[in-house]
Design a binder for this molecule. Structure first.
Ligand code: ADP
Ligand code: 5GP
Length: 212
């Protein structure tokens, strides 16, 4: 497994420099795929990362899942009907898509293209099948996987989040082991035990990619 180096306190400036490039050089964006079982803390880590590095962009997915309390359409997801989702698939509007725990999720292609053309680093927080599809189309994308300290802790986190039905929890836990088994496919694995340490490892992995 790859081990990321400690983060630099100057990552933000470093990232900005890399994004901005030389005045005459074209700016090249980059995709970061962020995967891990539901409830492992992906959203929590990404929120903290965005607070520190506002120049990072987060892709907004389309989903047929019902909004959880507090989720906002167009911010957390584009909440769409099954018919709308099917139309997006048929029209080739999604970069990748997958079914997860009884709902459909997909990444709108146009926004990804726009962000990359603008030279931005864009994070796709997506499940395993979608990550594999992105690996086929963007082999240069940085692929990160977040692991829980244990399955018991994972289940506790999903329950403590308190926003999923019992049926949704059972489906998510059933899928978790399959996803965890696929972790070695990814460039870097991060165990989200202590949140601050995981965040530092995430920063370190991105820092390495900026330097590469
Ligand atoms: P995901 O986006 O992967 O589904 P969330 O970010 O929603 O997961 O986190 C699930 C729950 O776990 C939340 O209640 C969150 O506060 C909690 N959590 C996240 N990271 C940690 C951690 N390192 N230690 C303990 N609890 C955590
Ligand atoms: P949740 O319902 O908990 O928000 O998300 C369930 C799972 O779907 C998570 O693993 C999340 O990363 C994944 N997911 C969210 N958006 C997308 C997407 O656009 N494509 C794919 N393939 N998975 C997604």
């Amino acid at each position: 497994m790859a081990v990321s180096t400690p983060p630099s306190p100057n990552l933000h400036q470093h990232l900005r420099d890399s994004l901005d490039g030389l005045p005459t050089a074209p700016r090249i964006g980059r995709l970061i795929v962020f995967t891990g079982p539901s409830g492992v803390g992906k959203g929590t880590l990404l929120r903290a990362l965005r607070d520190r590095y506002p120049s990072l962009r987060l892709s907004i997915s389309a989903t047929t899942r019902q909004p959880r309390p507090g989720e906002v359409d167009g911010k957390d997801y584009y909440f769409v009907s099954c018919e709308q989702f099917q139309t997006m698939v048929k029209n080739g509007e999604l970069l990748e898509w997958a079914e997860f725990a009884g709902n459909f999720y997909g990444t709108p292609k146009a926004a990804v293209q726009r962000h990359l053309e603008e030279g931005e680093w864009l994070i796709l927080e997506i499940e395993l099948e979608g990550a594999r599809q992105v690996r086929d189309t963007f082999p240069q994308a940085l692929q990160l996987f977040v692991l829980p300290p244990s399955l018991d802790e994972l289940e506790q986190r999903i329950r403590q989040r308190g926003k999923d039905s019992e049926e949704a929890i059972v489906r998510r836990m059933a899928r978790a082991q399959v996803e965890i088994d696929a972790a070695p496919e990814f460039d870097v694995q991060i165990v989200n035990d202590d949140l601050e340490i995981a965040l530092q490892q995430l920063e370190g992995a991105i820092f390495d990619a900026v330097d590469a």
